[in-house]
Design a protein around this ligand. Structure first.
Ligand code: ZN
Ligand code: ZN
Ligand code: FE
Length: 734
């Protein structure tokens, strides 16, 4: 057997029955990190050979076969890790061909130790023997190491002075007494502290300047996870998979964790230990820990020891450091359960990615038909991810953060460069978002390459198609906070009919003014007041007298003046409608982090099951586009609020009304176009309640419904749609 440009090949001979069994077992028993996409058979003359040989790679090997994901420590390694007689007993860098770091340590291709950050460690004789032995579990395991020859771990105080003694025991003790420890891990630094004490968690919030955005938790075992959250079978599968993502799971009532961990939302983000260090740490008997990325807010992950000591010394009481360099910072991935698909679907209960990074990148996504020209797609502004599409493989980068942060932007530029070299692809075209002010757009236009713009929601639609292997026309419900429209307005509540090549707008939320520019996405009273004014006209001021939450002095006057001048931008954003409703229900006056209002609203809605109280009007305008009109909805909502309806009932009724409106709109568009396939994309589909309601109703109406499985529905999945759409348009042009 060996590798060639197309993948791995195996030559075997024997009776047909046995060959058949071999192929079956190959698929069932392949190593965890192997992914078999397809097997093709070819009959060749019998050679009467009986030995096992691994052939030298032919032609450099397929680049897809070379670099794999960073995988969680495997069961065999864990056994050795806790075996006092093993030479790697308690060695935090234990790994084998089935586990350990890959993508985070590789510097260039081919994937050999010399091209990783492990090159500075010369293997000892014992490690070398394992590495050279084809039947050993560590045969060609590039990061192979042991306490004699490999990296080491140590504990320091906040000044960086090494503290003698076992660093893992020390770290455990410090955490127990409520200290905040910066821990260098696989893809960067974490800040860790115990999750059950208010004063500890709120101190971390204060120091990190992170007011409210939920913290992720790491727990020692599935049992520990079940004590704080409701873990379904699908969530348990994700939690224990070799990718070990953070999984968003419903909180249990009256848990003993600090309320500051994830206030206002209905979910905890939980992950299980994924490095040998984590396993050793939790063996010290720790309860749930807050594990948040170790970086100043919005900046890329800290990955270097000296950098971390500088940037985090004000945040951490101590450091766990090591000397295995991290080549590229890579965040923890975030997943949630997606049980929307019918049971007869090939992926009945698949993950829904929220953030795709460690454990998933650089796994590729298969695209049909393949592209003749390699394409770089630069994604959007927030939750930046880039994509390289070459042949039938689309490879997405790790989550690169929010590009309005200068450090994140610099990281984005260098990430693209390194990504191209790693994949050995020279793009022939670059695809980008229509928004003229996106940093990624400006970057794309500065390259010396032919460019293809892709409208934001069209990219979402194509992304969901590609995610599900669809080609040809579909209807798309693409709903999010913001995306630049072809008419220069801010879109975000869209029903499109389209394919990879092109689209048309079949329906959308009626436009409303969005006063205050960027601030309108933060201050929820802005869209709320704008909607009141549009709904009540000249009488709108009566309705601003008893607002449920305070607005700044003079805001109503100022807003009225601005709206009268008619100079505010108009939007069809569903995200802003969520903000407005959260404000009117008195639930959220300000998004302290992205989508806080929507999360609070979703959490509140799950406490109730009101139905059919509120609705949107759907009407066709002169140009044949369906308008989802919110005026009657806002008026009914305000009446209900005044008559004292509880906010959870109204939050539930709002979700119901939004689902009804978009289902109705999409169904009408689909029937008119003679289509049966409907794709669901855009950041609003991270709202589980909305996703479930919309997909169930469409499924019940006999539509084929597709949601995301491999890439996020939000802007983290945008680049995939851009790349696939651009590939189709390049084909058309050439
Ligand atoms: Zn292993
Ligand atoms: Zn060794
Ligand atoms: Fe979007």
């Amino acid at each position: 057997m060996g590798n060639n440009m197309r993948g791995a090949f195996v030559e075997i001979e024997g009776p047909g029955e046995k060959l058949h069994t071999f192929q079956e077992r190959l698929q069932q028993e392949s190593p965890v990190l192997a992914r078999i996409d397809t097997i093709t058979n070819q009959v060749i003359p019998v050679r009467n050979e009986s030995d096992f040989q691994i052939k030298q790679s032919e032609g450099g090997g397929s680049r897809q076969a070379e670099i794999t994901i960073d995988a969680t420590v495997c069961r065999d390694c864990l056994k050795e890790l806790f075996d006092p007689h093993d030479r790697r007993y308690r060695y935090p860098f234990i790994n084998c061909t089935n586990c350990g770091p890959r993508y985070s340590i590789v510097q260039t291709v081919p994937y050999d130790r010399i091209n990783t950050t492990m090159k500075v460690f010369a293997m000892c004789a014992d490690c070398r023997r394992e590495y050279d032995d084809p039947v050993n579990r560590r045969f060609h395991a590039q990061p192979n190491a042991c306490p004699v020859c490999g990296p080491r771990l140590w504990f320091t105080d906040r000044e960086g002075n090494e503290v003698p003694g076992d660093p893992i025991v020390r770290c455990g003790l410090e955490l127990q007494v409520g200290k905040i420890i910066a821990i260098k891990g696989l893809g960067g630094f974490h800040l860790a502290c115990r999750a059950d004490r208010d004063e500890v968690v709120s101190r971390l919030r204060r120091l990190k300047d992170r007011e409210a955005k939920p913290f992720a938790l790491m727990v020692g075992s599935l049992e520990q996870a079940e004590q704080v959250a409701i873990i379904s079978k699908a969530s348990a599968d994700m939690l224990t998979s070799y990718s070990r993502p953070i999984v968003l799971v419903p909180k249990r009532a009256d848990v003993s964790l600090s309320r500051y961990v994830a206030e206002g939302t209905g979910y905890y983000g939980i992950m299980l230990p994924y490095t040998p260090f984590h396993a050793l740490l939790f063996a010290e008997g720790l309860g749930p820990l807050v594990m948040t990325s170790g970086n100043p807010s919005d900046e890329p992950l800290c990955t270097e020891n000296t950098e971390a000591l500088q940037q985090l010394s004000a945040l951490a009481d101590g450091f766990v450091l090591h000397n295995r360099d991290i080549e590229r910072g890579i965040d923890d991935s975030v997943m949630m359960e997606n049980c929307t698909t019918p049971p007869d679907h090939p992926h009945p209960c698949s993950p829904l990615p929220i953030r795709r990074a460690r454990g998933y990148v650089p796994d590729s996504i298969r695209i049909t038909p393949p592209t003749a020209r390699p394409i770089l797609a630069v994604g959007g502004e927030m939750k930046s991810v880039v994509c390289i599409l070459d042949g039938d493989q689309a490879v997405l980068s790790e989550h690169l953060g929010e590009l309005n942060n200068p450090k994140a932007y610099r990281n984005f530029v260098s990430a693209i460069d390194r990504f191209q070299r790693l994949l050995r692809v020279e793009p022939a075209w670059v695809a980008y978002d229509l928004h003229p002010d996106y940093a990624a757009t400006r970057y794309a236009l500065s390259l010396d390459l032919p460019t293809i713009p892709v409208q934001h929601h069209h990219a979402h639609l194509v992304s969901c198609m590609a995610d599900n292997g669809l080609t040809g026309p579909v209807v798309g419900i693409t709903i999010d906070g913001t995306g630049y429209g072809t008419d220069g307005m801010i879109w975000g509540g869209e029903v499109l009919v389209g394919d990879e090549l092109d689209f048309r707008r079949a329906g959308h939320l009626c436009y409303f003014p969005l006063p205050g520019g960027d601030r309108a996405a933060r201050e929820t009273w802005r869209p709320a007041l704008a909607l009141l004014r549009e709904t009540y006209g000249s009488e709108w001021r009566d309705w601003t007298e008893k607002l449920p939450m305070p607005v700044p002095e003079g805001a109503v006057d100022l807003l009225e003046k601005n709206l009268e001048k008619g100079r505010t931008i108009r939007t069809s954003s569903l995200g802003r409608l969520f903000d407005a409703v959260a404000f009117l229900l008195g639930l959220c006056g300000c998004n302290r982090y992205e989508a806080e209002a929507a999360m609070v609203l979703e959490a509140r809605a799950t406490e109730s099951s009101a139905q059919g109280k509120l609705h949107f009007d759907l009407r066709e305008d002169e140009t044949g586009i369906l308008q989802i009109d919110w005026r009657c909805f806002i008026a009914d909502l305000l009446d209900a609020i005044r008559s004292g309806e509880p906010s959870e009932t109204l939050a539930a009724a709002f979700h119901e009304a939004v689902a009804d409106a978009f289902v109705d709109c999409a169904a009408r568009a689909a029937r008119k176009a003679g289509l049966t396939r409907i794709v669901l994309s855009g950041g609003c589909f991270a709202n589980r309640l909305l996703l479930q309601k919309i997909s169930k109703q469409l499924h019940d109406a006999d539509f084929e419904v597709y949601s995301h499985r491999q890439v996020p529905p939000g802007d983290g999945g945008l680049a995939l749609g851009q790349a696939v759409s651009a590939a189709r348009r390049v084909k058309e042009k050439e």
